[in-house]
Design a binder for this molecule. Structure first.
Ligand SMILES: [Zn+2]
Length: 117
C-alpha cells in the first residue's frame, strides 16, 4: 500500500527525502514538479507542499531536505510544463504549506491552467 498512487498526481514515488535517494532518482539539470509529504496512518501519501523547478529540480529538492520525510516528483522537458503541473497540484490538493498561488516565473507570460492567473 505504500506505493499507492494518489488519483491525479501523476508523480513517481513516494521516496525518502534524503540526499542519496535524490541523487539516485533524479536527473541533473532537468525541470520538474514535486510534492512533499508523509505516509499517513493508512499508508497513504499525504501532501504538505508542492513546487516546481524551471531549471534544476534535483538541486531544489536537495534544498528541501529536512522539511518533509517523503517526496514524489516528475521530470518535464519544458519548464512551462513543470509550472503548470505545480499549479494543478496546488488547486487539487491545497497543501497546508502553500499559502500562496504558485508565482509565474520572472520573464514569462505563463498562466495557470486552472484559474488563468
Ligand atoms: Zn491557479
Amino acid at each position: 500500500m505504500t506505493q499507492q498512487e494518489l488519483p491525479g498526481t501523476g508523480l513517481r514515488g513516494p521516496f525518502d527525502l534524503v540526499a542519496d535517494t535524490i541523487e539516485e532518482e533524479l536527473v541533473e539539470n532537468c525541470p520538474g514538479a514535486y510534492a512533499l509529504g508523509f505516509i499517513d496512518n493508512f499508508g497513504r501519501f499525504s501532501i504538505t507542499f508542492v513546487g516546481s523547478a524551471g531549471e534544476d529540480l534535483k538541486s531544489i529538492l536537495k534544498d528541501r531536505i529536512g522539511t518533509a520525510s517523503q517526496f514524489k516528483f516528475r521530470h518535464f522537458a519544458q519548464p512551462q510544463q513543470a509550472f503548470e503541473k505545480e499549479c494543478e497540484m496546488f488547486h487539487q490538493f491545497m497543501p497546508v504549506g502553500n499559502f500562496l498561488h504558485p508565482g509565474r516565473p520572472t520573464g514569462t507570460d505563463w498562466t495557470c491552467p486552472r484559474c488563468r492567473r
